[in-house]
Design a protein around this ligand. Structure first.
Ligand SMILES: Nc1ncnc2c1ncn2[C@@H]1O[C@H](COP(=O)(O)OP(=O)(O)OP(=O)(O)O)[C@@H](O)[C@H]1O
Ligand SMILES: [Mg+2]
Length: 476
């Protein structure tokens, strides 16, 4: 290494050179001391910051956990970090404990009904007006049901609330889908927005020349029972199953609708209103004034619907409650201590004068006698057994929906028809004209069940009553 060039004015003596070397060394020592001081200051600042963070964490750990703060910044913040963490800066902290969170139904403002353009009126029922409509933004066709508010004593009608609550829970392929609830200009304008379904079973049966084929009847019945099984397994009774509340699309799919009467029940069943289910589909225990009843009332209605699918005519068309009960007994035979041991304890059964036991109803009769074969000539024995069991007078003898699904009737030939093979029908609901109805209405909610006198249900002799004619009827 060559020596540094010297200044031409530099004095060339060793003493001067020693002084210069000494100054250089002093300068370098000062530099090192300054760097050391700076390093110490930085270390102290970092220690203080860490101390402050620790104190803040120990004061409000849950608050920070809820806000998802990771503790990586010096300043406590309630805002979530949106940008990714700069690499290497994230401190590895033990994760704070978090509360379990469950998805809860969201409450939010309802949309306005103006989002839908009404196309045509479909039907006015007891609890609402139903129209076909188009969602303007998507062009999708829906059914809009405007709830009738006349039954609301105090604010919102209980039928509407139950309908919304139960329909929201009842998500099943055979139950009509409630898409949303929308509002009009006033609090009285509440609309249910549902999937539009082309037909209802009542109108369809009225328009068909022949009843459904046995294979079609099985497919339809299976779907109705599946929907009911789903409802009952969720502790919901429909309480108004009837053909006008069964919708059917052009792909052979059934959608159970009209949850205005539906409600949750428990075990044991609570005391409930007796005035439920449209008369023709109402079970004998309801007619006899049972205050405690259960999902068996829906199974009775399904029996009535089964009969209607077979013959195209409603099975039991009573003119009033007394007439209804007499028509039921004419079909099934009167109750006996054998078939329905507890019926005498029902409120309206006190006045019931039963005919003497005929030759067919001895004490050794089966608990559920078969219905007269002549009434259902094309039904197999398995089919007649299922129908008879559904229409058992004693609710305890009726099969559950789950039991029905595995009944031999659905496994024997002819097998249930594939839904895709179902015929299609022109939709009445897509037309302008409103339909006229001759069927009884659903019961008025909140109305008291009438006190009934069934003394004359068996006004004639048993032969006469089995023919279903000639009763003298009297409403108490
Ligand atoms: N989603 C839908 N798609 C097509 N039509 C429908 C739909 N919902 C209901 N309807 C039609 O409107 C009719 C009345 O509807 P719904 O039964 O819900 O009203 P309601 O006032 O409770 O009736 P009711 O008391 O007479 O049984 C049904 O029988 C059916 O014809
Ligand atoms: Mg209805």
């Amino acid at each position: 290494m060559s020596a540094a060039p010297k200044s031409k004015w530099a004095e060339d003596d060793a003493e001067t050179e020693a002084i210069i070397g000494q100054r250089k060394r002093e300068k370098e020592a000062k530099k090192r001391a300054k760097a050391e001081r700076q390093r110490k200051q930085e270390e102290e600042a970092q220690r203080l910051a860490a101390q402050r963070r620790d104190t803040e964490r120990s004061i409000a750990p849950e608050e920070q956990a809820e806000d998802g703060v990771n503790g990586d910044s010096e300043r406590p913040t309630k805002r979530r970090r949106l940008s990714p963490e700069p690499e290497g800066q994230a401190e590895v902290q033990p994760k704070p404990a978090r509360l379990l969170r469950f998805a809860a139904p969201e409450w939010g403002p309802c949309r306005h009904v103006d989002n839908f353009e009404r196309l045509n009126h479909i039907e006015e029922g007891s609890y609402g007006w139903v129209s076909r409509a188009k969602e303007t933004s998507t062009g999708q066709i829906v059914a809009l049901k405007k709830l009738k508010m006349e039954y609301a004593q105090d604010g919102f009608p209980v039928t509407g609330l139950r309908e919304i609550q139960t329909l929201l829970e009842a998500r099943h392929t055979n139950i009509v889908r409630l898409r949303e609830v929308v509002m009009g200009d006033s609090m009285d304008d509440v609309f249910l927005v549902m999937d539009f379904v082309e037909h209802d079973m009542k109108t369809l049966l009225d328009d068909m020349r022949e009843p459904f084929l046995p294979s079609e009847t099985k497919t339809l019945l299976l779907q109705i029972i599946s929907a009911t099984e789903f409802l009952h397994s969720h502790w919901i009774m429909h309480r108004d199953l009837k053909t006008s509340n069964l919708l059917m699309n052009n792909r052979g799919e059934i959608k159970v609708a009209d949850f205005g009467m539906a409600r949750y029940y428990g075990d044991p069943p609570p005391k409930l209103t007796q005035l439920v289910v449209t008369l023709w589909y109402r079970s004998p225990e309801l007619l006899l004034g049972a205050e405690k009843y259960g999902p068996e009332i829906d199974m009775w209605s399904i029996g009535c619907i089964f009969g209607e699918l077979l013959t195209k005519e409603p099975l039991l068309q009573g003119k009033n409650e007394v007439d209804q009960l007499s028509k039921i007994f004419a079909l099934t035979g009167p109750p006996t201590n054998q078939t329905w041991p507890s019926f005498r304890s029902l409120p309206n059964a006190k006045s019931l004068r039963l005919p003497p036991l005929g030759p067919l109803s001895t004490s050794s009769s089966p608990t559920v006698p078969l219905l007269p074969r002549a009434k259902f000539p094309y039904l197999t024995t398995a089919g007649l057994t299922l129908l008879s069991n559904l229409l058992a007078l004693n609710p305890a003898s009726r099969p559950t929906a789950a039991a029905c699904l595995s009944h031999p009737y659905f496994r024997e030939d002819p097998k249930p028809k594939a839904k895709e093979m179902f015929p299609t029908f022109p939709s009445k609901a897509g037309m302008e004209k409103r339909r006229k109805r001759e069927t009884p209405e659903a019961p008025k909610r909140g109305a008291e069940a009438p006190r009934l006198d069934f003394a004359d249900v068996f006004g004639g002799d048993i032969a006469e009553s089995e023919a279903g004619a000639g009763f003298s009827l009297r409403l108490g």
